[in-house]
Every structure is written in C-alpha cells, then in structure tokens.
Design a protein around this ligand. Structure first.
Ligand SMILES: *[C@@H]1O[C@H](CO)[C@@H](O)[C@H](O)[C@H]1NC(C)=O
Ligand SMILES: *[C@@H]1O[C@H](CO)[C@@H](O)[C@H](O)[C@H]1NC(C)=O
Ligand SMILES: *[C@@H]1O[C@H](CO)[C@@H](O)[C@H](O)[C@H]1NC(C)=O
Ligand SMILES: *[C@@H]1O[C@H](CO)[C@@H](O)[C@H](O)[C@H]1NC(C)=O
Ligand SMILES: *[C@@H]1O[C@H](CO)[C@@H](O)[C@H](O)[C@H]1NC(C)=O
Ligand SMILES: *[C@@H]1O[C@H](CO)[C@@H](O)[C@H](O)[C@H]1NC(C)=O
Length: 580
C-alpha cells in the first residue's frame, strides 16, 4: 500500500499514525491512518472537536468564522457564538429543506469518506440529513434527529462515485435554523479500509493464547509437541431456515455443516402459530427447534409481535381494543412460556420504528410494555428490537441510528424495565447497493447504547454485483467490534428464497454461497502444529472458538488431549497449562 496523499494542512493533525503490517505483504510495512470509532448517543452542551481535524474540510470547527463555508440553495448563513465562546455556523430564515451551511470539496473516485458533524436546531427537534451533491448525484450520507439546546452527532459516510468537485450540505423539512459545527470528511483508500478490518478482527475476534506444557511434577516441558485443531467457531454466523429443512436431508447437511445459529423464517410468527383465533399449532416450530437443538444450533425467537398492520393474523385486525388486549396477553404468554430458556433472543416487537400497529391501539409506550412483559417471561434471553434501513439506507430518517437509540432508551427507561431488561439491537440488513462507510459509521453510533448488536436478516437484492456486495457487507459487519452475531436471510424453499439464495435447488453453491463459504474458512484458525520453547511455552493467535489441543511429551511416551474454548469474554492474555 502506498502512503496516502494527505493534504499538507491536515497531516500534522493526524498524529499518532499507526504502523500496520498488512498480512498480504508481510515484508512491507505500510502507513495507515487508523479509523476513529468514536461517536455519541447523547446530546451534548458543546460539540466535541472534529474527528481527524476535519479531514479534507477547511475551518472544520468554525474557529475562523464562516471562512470556507457558504450558504447552500440561496439560503442565509451567519456565525453563531456560544456563551463559552465557541463559534459555529447557522443557517437562518430557511424556507426550503436544502437551505443550509455548506462547503465545497474535491472527491477522489472510488474512495471511502467518513463523515461526522455536530448539529443543533433552533426549536424543538428535527430530522437533519447530510447530503453530498456531486456532478449529477445527491448522495445521502447520514441523518440525525437534532435537538435545540444541545448538540447531536451525525455520523455517516459515502463512497465517491467519481473524481470531481462536490458540495457537502445539510437538509431538513422543518423550517428551523440549523446550527453546524465540528464537521469532518475523511478519505480512506481501499487498502486503509482493509487494514482497519485486519486490526479490528485481531482485537475483537481473536486472542493470543499461551499454552504451557508441564510434567506431572509441575516442571515446564521444553520441546513438547503441540497441535491445535479448530472444532467450532466462536462467532455466531447463521442463516434463517424454513420448515422444508425437516423433510430434506440435503438441506440439513448443507445447513449443519456451516451454521451455528438460526432464525425460523416465518414459522414462529403469530400468523403461523395461530392462523385461526384460539387454535394454536406449534408443531412446526417445535420440530424445527428440536432439529436445531440436536445439532447445537442456537435459535433467535422471531417474533412475538410485528408492528406492521399487514403482518397481523387476519383475525387480529378486526378485534376491538379490549379483545386485542386479551389476544396480545395470550400470545406473549403462549409463545414465550413455550420457548423460554430455549432461544437466545426474542424479537419482541418487530419493526416498531417503521410501523406502529400496537402504538396506534394502545398508546405510545405499547412496545415498552411488551418488552417489560417479555422480560418477565424469559429472564435469560436477550430482548431485541429488529429493524430495517438503519444500515441499509442513510436517507431513511425513520430508522437512522438516533431514532433507533431513542426508541431503545424509551423502552429501557419504562417503569418496570428499570434498565435491567437485557436489551439487544437487531439490524436486519436487507441491502440493495450498500454504502460501506455509512454502515461502519452507523454501527459506531449504535454501539454507544452498550447493547449487543446482531445483524439479523442479511440479504442483497439480485443484480450483477450481488455476491460482491454481500462480501463487502459481511466483511464490514464482521470486523465491527460492536457486532455479536450475523444471520443471513437465506431460508430455502422449493420455489426459491425471500430475496437471496446461497444455493440452487440441489444445495450447490451460487456465487453468494461461495462468498459465505470463503469467509467461514477465512474466519477460523486452521490446524496448527509446533514445538514448545525452552520454557515449555507455545503461543498462537486463535479466532474465538472451541479447539482440541494435543500435547505430546518429547521423551516420555505420553500424549494429552484437552479441549479449549476461546471467547471474547475471557481475559485477553490467556495462559493455559497442560499437564503432559
Ligand atoms: C479548531 O481548529 C483549529 C485549526 O484546526 C485549532 O487550532 C483549534 O485548536 C481548534 N479548536 C478550537 C476550540 O478552536
Ligand atoms: C433573517 O431574517 C430576519 C428578518 O427578516 C433578518 O433581520 C435577518 O437579517 C435574516 N438573517 C439572515 C442571516 O439573512
Ligand atoms: C417552536 O415549535 C413549536 C412547536 O413545535 C411552536 O409552537 C413554536 O411556535 C415554535 N417556536 C418558534 C420560535 O418557532
Ligand atoms: C471509479 O473507479 C471505479 C473503480 O476503480 C471504476 O470502475 C470507475 O470506472 C471509476 N469511475 C470514474 C468515473 O472514473
Ligand atoms: C422531507 O419530506 C419528504 C416528503 O415527505 C421526505 O421524502 C424526505 O425524506 C424528508 N426529508 C427529511 C430530511 O426528513
Ligand atoms: C507408546 O505407548 C503406546 C500405548 O500407550 C504404544 O502403543 C506405543 O508403542 C508406545 N511407543 C513407544 C515408542 O514406546
């Protein structure tokens, strides 16, 4: 990798630079700008300093007034000054959504840009979106619900579709003033981006383990022969499954040889288990759960309720308020008592950012109430939200990171939840064309809730780049330290899949399946063999997972086989003693 062409002004601000050796060219040491994962879920009295000193932006913190900034869309901008003397830009007297503070930049083709900006509005709260206008395109780079009286971070990004002049600006449908400060637009080459993955995987998915061979008297055994074999991956990677798996040995073989976690595509949903009011039938999900258990495959409970009106059982739509209350109470008790302790997570109210069937019936805190009840029913499982477009569409203001976290905090704060409901973040991931820098930036903000993040339904719309996009997305989310598991939305039916299949009818890989198999192989430690040093130590960098360790004494004829589990919870510098 070549040294990056950092503008001279910015260079001094980029210290300290990390030296990262790329695996692919071990002999060459390359200079890479590390990625700044920081973000915030809070609204702060003063904005923080711009990331990367502003990157390619000039006067990123408005310390030189409005220099470098201008009005976009025949708007009016002026300088604002806080009580503590912090200057910022203000878009005033706005009558059009796009009227705001803007700066002209020059973008390099095929380069990833990470964007961050601190925003405030003059009254109430308003959705504000960041837009980059290039020659012929308006690229949405992220959004935030900005408030008055404090500063919120908008973190996002884009990949430049061509080299050329562009303009960064902000837009809002509310006619409030928009305040802007501490903006940053930082380019990263593909090589740098991959180096970030490499560094993050090393710290979030692997551990350096020191095995020490000792004899029965406790003395180190130099020269002991050590063999480490991968048994099972520690990172939950899975696929949705359909009831067809119960009848198909080929489907079963394909699934169980790859995946350690699953979601039933539709079989546990209310419309499946109680198609006719009062006649519950759990025979299919029961059988699927038995199958999953018998192969050590963990199951996400999907879902207790779904906030989309069109996804209710047909009979539910005509119930009175009182009848609906009784029906929902029965539903949550029925499905959760049946599977409590047997699933690792529950999607309690699916898609409650885009839809509000239950909020419309029961009031604004309907979801929070269901999560409270769910937590009582199953104290072990994670209680997850599950939503689309948080990572897929930077422009969807209904489900952006700030909206998602707002709902999550509302549920956590609800009386009775007392912050002890084990909340989790489910991000579906139904992509068409992914914005890779945006995905990472949105995950940065989502990670500030300190709740485990799962990708729950990944697929990519058909097209010539489907497999390529899938690979980029999987690499991005796997490498993000806040992500705890990934499930692909690739349940197979004789007639195909929801949007994306991994195989054909005979369970032979499609290009998407090849991508998944390649990554499964890449994300596990292949068998290692070596000899302990003079102090009996053998050191290895291992992916999280279960291993079989075989140690042989070099002189005495004795061999010991031991199992070893490496996970993200246990201490970093792990040392294990093996008596041989
Ligand atoms: C703002 O940016 C300038 C130039 O990058 C820097 O010297 C200054 O320390 C920054 N912070 C403030 C609060 O002005
Ligand atoms: C906004 O409108 C007010 C009232 O017309 C005017 O006094 C002020 O100068 C305008 N601000 C800007 C920045 O144009
Ligand atoms: C602020 O917004 C509220 C409603 O959200 C509105 O009633 C009020 O007039 C607004 N104030 C100003 C100064 O625009
Ligand atoms: C931008 O870069 C990509 C990838 O290298 C290339 O395929 C594309 O043709 C370039 N576009 C322009 C407008 O130069
Ligand atoms: C403004 O409103 C339009 C029409 O409802 C919508 O499509 C767009 O997303 C909104 N923009 C923002 C920034 O909220
Ligand atoms: C080592 O022990 C095994 C059984 O414990 C035996 O089969 C083997 O022949 C022995 N080898 C030597 C070199 O003593």
């Amino acid at each position: 990798m070549e040294e990056r062409g950092v503008p001279a002004m910015g260079r001094t601000l980029f210290l300290p630079l990390l030296w990262i050796a790329m695996l692919t060219s071990a002999a060459r040491v390359v200079q890479c700008l590390p990625y700044d994962y920081s973000s915030s879920s809070e609204c702060l009295p003063e904005p923080l300093e711009p990331q990367y000193g502003g990157g390619i932006l000039r006067n990123a913190n408005f310390s030189a007034g409005l220099q470098g900034w201008s009005a976009f869309g025949y708007g009016a901008v002026e300088e604002g000054l806080s009580a503590t003397g912090n200057g910022y830009g203000v878009a005033r007297n706005r009558t059009r959504p796009y009227q705001s503070v803007s700066q002209k930049v020059y973008l390099q083709n095929d380069t990833h840009y990470t964007l961050s900006a601190w925003l405030q509005v003059s009254n109430g709260s308003a959705d504000v979106r960041a837009v980059v206008k290039t020659d012929g395109e308006f690229i949405h780079a992220g959004a935030v619900e900005a408030r008055s009286g404090c500063w919120s971070i908008l973190k996002g990004g884009l990949t430049a579709p061509a080299s050329g002049a562009a303009e960064l600006y902000f837009e809002s449908n509310a006619t409030v003033d928009i305040w802007v400060d501490s903006v940053s637009l930082q380019p990263f080459s593909r090589e740098e981006w991959a180096a970030h993955h490499h560094a993050a995987i090393k710290s979030a998915r692997k551990k350096t383990v020191r095995l020490r061979a000792r004899d029965s008297a406790g003395k180190p055994v130099p020269g002991a022969q050590v063999r480490v074999e991968h048994v099972r991956s520690g990172f939950p990677l899975g696929s949705a499954m359909s009831a067809e798996i119960l009848q198909s040995p080929a489907y079963q073989r394909w699934f169980t040889s790859r995946f350690t976690v699953t979601t039933f595509e539709n079989e546990m949903k209310w419309y499946s288990t109680e198609r006719v009011q009062g006649r519950e039938d759990y025979s299919v999900p029961d059988a699927m759960l038995r199958f999953a258990k018998s192969h050590g495959i963990a199951v996400r409970g999907h879902n207790v309720f779904w906030d989309q009106p069109s996804q209710q059982p047909a009979w539910v739509r005509s119930l009175s308020q009182r009848q609906l209350q009784q029906a929902t109470a029965r539903r949550i008790r029925s499905v959760m008592s049946r599977y409590a302790g047997q699933v690792i997570a529950w999607d309690v109210v699916n898609e409650n950012l885009h839809f509000q069937f239950f909020e419309d019936k029961f009031g604004w805190d309907a979801s929070a109430e269901f999560y409270r009840r769910a937590h009582q029913m199953d104290g072990q499982a994670l209680m997850s939200m599950n939503e689309y477009n948080t990572l897929e569409w930077p422009g969807d203001t209904l489900a952006g990171p700030s909206k998602y976290l707002g709902k999550l905090f509302q549920i956590k704060k609800f009386p009775g939840n007392a912050n002890d409901a084990r909340m989790a973040i489910g991000l579906e991931g139904h992509f068409s064309v992914p914005s890779i820098p945006y995905i990472r930036a949105a995950l940065d903000t989502m990670s500030k809730a300190n709740a485990p993040i799962w990708l729950t339904e990944i697929d990519v719309a058909p097209g010539p780049n489907q497999a390529h996009y899938l690979e980029q997305i999987l690499r991005e989310v796997y490498a993000h330290p806040a992500v705890h598991g990934i499930i692909l939305w690739t349940a197979r039916h004789p007639q195909g899949c929801y949007v994306m299949c991994l195989t054909d009818d005979n369970f032979r890989n499609l290009p998407t399946g090849d991508v998944v198999d390649k990554l499964i192989a890449e994300w596990k430690t292949h068998s290692l063999a070596g000899v302990a040093d003079a102090d009996g130590y053998y050191e290895a960098e291992l992916f999280h997972g279960d291993y079989k360790v075989t140690v042989s004494h070099p002189v005495a004829n004795s061999t010991v086989v031991q199992s070893l589990s490496i996970d993200r919870e246990t201490d970093t510098d792990s040392e294990y003693t093996i008596h041989v």
